[in-house]
Design a binder for this molecule. Sequence first.
Ligand SMILES: O=C(O)c1ccccc1N[C@@H]1O[C@H](COP(=O)(O)O)[C@@H](O)[C@H]1O
Length: 214
Amino acid sequence: MSDVSIKYCGLSRPQDVVAAAEAGARYVGFVFFPKSPRNVTVAQARALALEVPLGIAKVALVVNADDATLDEIVENVPLDMLQLHGSESPARVAEIRARYGLPVMKAIGVAEAADLAAIDTYAEVADQLLIDTKKPKDADRPGGNGLSFDWGLLAGRKYWTVPWMLAGGLTQDNVAEAVRITGAKQVDLSSAIESAPGVKDAGLMHAFAQAVRA
Ligand SMILES: O=C(O)c1ccccc1N[C@@H]1O[C@H](COP(=O)(O)O)[C@@H](O)[C@H]1O
């Protein structure tokens, strides 16, 4: 699995950036969602982003953000990608992509086969897709819940017209199987690299990276 790229999401402290870089992350994510334990302010994200070494993509995760919110983030935080993790329509994805001139990754929630149709729809307007577990009805956030979905739904459907990442409940113990079943070349996670909600753990980041490289 050494050709699998890792995105560590929900970093909130300088030492998280250092640990992610040392573990070989290809992407790091900053969460702008007040209901999340990983939420960061624009000022925090700016300070963190300025510490990210060259070659690691800095991703801002937003959920149904309006233009004013996005303007503030994009004007202040040096970014390489926007991750849209809400119920943004294809038209809104295209609008955001055009407005900011940044690559856009759209999250698609999957619980059953019928959810896969959205992948083809959003592949037409997004630069990347993030295939994640669909938000449970009682969850207060649409991702970052440490829940996986039936990876078999993606088996044999490895190729879309844009690059994609697998997310949702990935851990050092299940990532090998998830990649084997889905053929993912990129993986994204948050919960399994934390010692407590919102608190990233360098040892867990390294252990996950080792499991990916094994
Ligand atoms: O992390 C969050 O708090 C979050 C909030 C709102 C939308 C998405 C969020 N996280 C994303 O969800 C995936 C899966 O997380 P997990 O590994 O299951 O905890 C994560 O990679 C983030 O991109």
